[in-house]
Design a protein around this ligand. Structure first.
Ligand code: SF4
Length: 285
């Protein structure tokens, strides 16, 4: 069995920046808080917790006077303001690409656009973007069917969750063209996402792989998109979180000669290396 790596895989710029900031803060502080998991990868969270990371379920759990790091997904504006008012030291590590989407939502809402966010309404990034619209009209759609149900407005601004697929953004933009005389489309899909998506497409289209091992946390939205792309090319995919899942899925590897490896933007390099090593062991057996 041979393995071939996708050209772009693992930590994106925004996640690496936030994780590095947590590690740096923990060099001088005994503990640092985040609201919610800083990254959708349980193995990396466990490693950071050993260093002193504390994960709060919501802002109210963060003690006054402590240090909180805003994760790459961002937070609603009022959450950051409430924390500062309680004398919490806030380090805002919202990814600059997410920040851009937040700023566009606030600006266009202020210009009387009906803001349509393309994404998952339960995802923290979308909640954070919504939290930057000061009382303006907005709604979230997850797909083309929901976009078809939107009423007509004189001005619509379409903004995307950074992890959406470009094809879907283009289709939804086409639908909204019929709903508004003035449509402002913001392609806020980040390069890291499209690079990983393109690398996976390249892997399944050009290399005759018999299957792809996809490494990433089960709650990772961008990993889930990679799975959809692989499946849309009718290629077998094995989505795993860690190296232990290789042995428990040993049947999946039977009769496969060439295996692709891909990983979501929240998968740390050390975990990818561990899995490559484990697969290397399998190859030699
Ligand atoms: S996927 Fe893109 S937008 Fe999201 S954290 Fe990474 S670099 Fe930032």
């Amino acid at each position: 069995m041979k393995i071939i790596m996708a050209e772009h895989a693992g930590f994106c710029f925004g996640v690496k920046r936030a994780v590095d900031a947590i590690e740096n803060s923990l060099k001088t502080s005994k503990e640092v808080w985040t609201i919610g998991l800083p990254i959708h990868n349980p193995q990396e969270v466990a490693r950071l917790e050993k260093l002193g990371l504390r994960v709060a379920n919501d802002e109210s759990e963060i003690p006054s006077g402590s240090e909180v790091l805003i994760r790459a997904h961002g937070e609603p504006l009022n959450v950051i303001e409430n924390l500062r008012a309680r004398d919490v030291k806030v380090r805002d590590m919202t990814c600059p690409f997410v920040k851009k989407a937040q700023e566009l939502a606030a600006k266009l809402s202020g210009e009387d656009y009906h803001v349509v966010l393309l994404g998952d309404k339960n995802h923290p990034e979308i909640k954070g973007i919504l939290g930057h619209i000061n009382g303006g009209n907005s709604e979230v759609v997850i797909n083309e069917d929901e976009a078809e149900k939107i009423a007509k407005y004189s001005k619509i601004a379409l903004i995307s969750q950074t992890t959406q697929r470009e094809e879907r953004l283009a289709t939804v933009a086409g639908i909204l063209t019929r709903k508004s005389q003035q449509l402002h489309v913001c392609n806020t899909i980040c390069k890291a996402t499209s690079e990983r998506q393109d690398a996976v497409k390249e892997l399944v289209k050009n290399h005759d792989v018999d299957g792809v091992v996809l490494i990433g946390g089960r709650a990772s939205a961008n990993t889930s998109k990679l799975r959809d792309i692989i499946k849309s090319h009718n290629i077998d995919v094995l989505w795993i979180e860690d190296e232990n899942e290789i042995e428990s899925n040993s049947d999946w590897f039977k009769n496969k000669n060439l295996i692709g490896i891909a990983a979501g933007a929240s998968t740390p390099a050390w975990l990818i290396d561990k899995i490559k090593t484990q697969l290397g062991v399998r190859i030699e057996e």
